[in-house]
Design a protein around this ligand. Structure first.
Ligand code: AMP
Ligand code: ZN
Length: 482
């Protein structure tokens, strides 16, 4: 196996910076990230987390690591069940619709598809087998109603990842009188026995599976332990998720997995901080929950959204603002304009450089021009520092050779941004006359502050396959793939 350069990343569990290295002799780096719950549009907070994971994955690929990257789909929980019932459709049809929409958003944001994307409902047998093993080993117990709980007192090291205080048991009791938590999601003050299997309730209707304990469905936490073990083995190298998952979800994943195997579950925990909107936690009740579709509807293209969501360090809260999104769009424009200029003045075989940024680069360890930018990423995935380095290299560069473009291509492969597109000033998209006329009408309506009409025309254009991207004094039209 060729030696690889190492990336360092903060490990939530050890609270230290650690080198990323495969733990097994086959050299394969096993990565598991918790995926979306598919009951609605994923919001831009979710995408911040998925984008950070995507850049880490791209970096590791470019550095020569061999990876297996698994990200699950949570397609059964309270929210998916209620959603399917509300729409009077099957759970499968309901979650497939939202899975497709999630995939569409990921593609638009240029997030690489995982190597495997297992769904909870397709691994019920594996989850039941794991619950049975936990009962056999004395770590879980069934209650009279046909639910099964993990016995927290049987796992004394519970809480070592998040530092949560196990002494603070919640005052809920299940029907054996033990302190238990019935919800999938619960707060920090309610450390208690948690559900591995949930007995069928009348409100679940026809959504249930047969099990040794009767009809029911898995609790949320067991799916990740069961599916990561199936696809990656008993010990995984890197496990990721948003910081909210640290407790209880990841603590519970550790407890379930380690009590079954007796081996360490995860060698390195990778958590990314949350996204806020205009300084506030994103929530439906505050009306500030934003999706990619909302941003596209306001004229922002997905590459600018990607850039904005990646612009902060992953271990710090990112405050999303529309002025920040405008700044991201103009930063991207500046980068592309500069790259286009360098290409237009390049000589020899650099002049025709047009390689797309979507293939995995090679030999980044020997790069000269962008070494500091790559170093920033290798050191706790410091994307803002990397972007700063890229700008300073571009600002001081007046002429570029082929090696320069090759390195530029690599760094933008890692960031997942197509830097050579739209860089040819002569290449304007061919917009049909009728579309151009509608767009001009819309612009005029907007200038006259007739926003209702402007929005209506934006919608008409979107349905005809064109998104309008407004600038300060003009607008662009971009094909939206419809
Ligand atoms: P969910 O679909 O709720 O299971 O979440 C999918 C991923 O998004 C998980 O890794 C969450 O930790 C993450 N996440 C949820 N809310 C936010 C947020 N506001 N900012 C960043 N990541 C988030
Ligand atoms: Zn998980």
């Amino acid at each position: 196996m060729a030696a690889v350069d190492t990336a360092k990343l903060y490990n939530t569990e050890t609270r230290r910076m650690e080198a990323i290295a495969p733990g097994q002799p086959d050299g394969l780096l096993r990565i598991y990230c918790c995926g979306p719950t598919v009951y609605h549009y994923a919001h831009i907070g979710n995408f911040r987390t998925f984008l950070v994971q995507d850049v880490l994955r791209r970096l590791l690929l470019a550095m020569g690591y061999r990876l297996r990257f698994i990200r699950n789909i949570t397609d059964v929980d309270d929210k998916t069940i209620r959603g399917a019932q509300r729409e009077r459709t099957s759970l499968g049809a309901f979650t497939q619709k939202w899975t497709d929409i999630f995939h569409g958003d990921c593609d638009a944001l240029n997030i690489l598809r995982p190597d495997g994307e297992p769904r909870a409902t397709e691994h019920i047998a594996e989850q039941i087998a794991m619950v049975e093993a936990l009962i056999r080993k004395g770590h879980a117990y069934a209650t009279a109603d046909g639910s099964v709980y993990f016995r927290l007192s049987s796992f004394p090291v519970y809480g070592r990842l998040s530092g949560v205080d196990v002494g603070q048991l919640a005052p809920q009791a299940n029907d054996t009188g033990e302190t238990a938590n019935l919800a999938d999601e619960y707060g920090r003050d309610s450390v208690s026995d948690f559900a591995l299997w949930k007995a069928h309730k009348a409100e679940d209707g026809d959504i249930f599976w047969e099990s040794p304990w009767g009809k029911g469905r898995p609790g949320w936490h067991i799916e990740c332990s069961a599916m990561s073990m199936k696809y990656l083995g008993e010990t995984i190298d890197l496990h990721g998720g948003g910081i909210d998952l640290c407790f209880p979800h990841h603590e519970n994943e550790i407890a379930q997995a380690e009590c079954v195997t007796g081996k360490p579950f995860v060698r390195h925990w990778f958590h990314s901080e949350h996204l806020q909107v205009e300084g506030q936690k994103m929530s439906k009740s505050l009306g500030n929950l934003l999706t990619l579709m909302d941003l596209k509807g306001r004229g922002y293209a997905p590459d600018g959204v990607r850039y904005a969501l990646l612009s902060g360090h992953y271990r710090q809260i990112l405050n999303f603002t529309f002025s920040g999104l405008d700044a991201a769009r103009s930063a991207l424009q500046k980068l592309r304009t500069k790259v286009a200029q360098l290409r237009s003045t390049a000589e020899g075989n650099a002049a025709d450089y047009s390689q797309k940024t979507e293939t995995i680069p090679q030999k980044i360890a020997t790069y000269r021009h962008f070494a500091a930018a790559i170093e920033a990423l290798k050191n706790d995935l410091n994307i803002p520092k990397c972007l700063g380095e890229i700008f300073s290299v571009l600002n001081r560069t007046a002429a570029a050779d082929r090696q320069f473009f090759e390195e530029l291509r690599s760094i933008f492969f890692i960031l997942g941004i197509e830097i050579f597109s739209d860089t040819d000033p002569n290449r304007a998209p061919s917009v049909p006359d009728a579309i151009a006329a509608l767009a001009a009408q819309r612009w005029e309506a907007k200038q006259n502050k007739n926003f209702g009409e402007a929005d209506r025309l934006r919608q008409v254009l979107a349905e005809k396959g064109w998104d309008v991207v407004d600038g300060k004094d003009s607008y662009d039209l971009e094909p939206n793939g419809r």
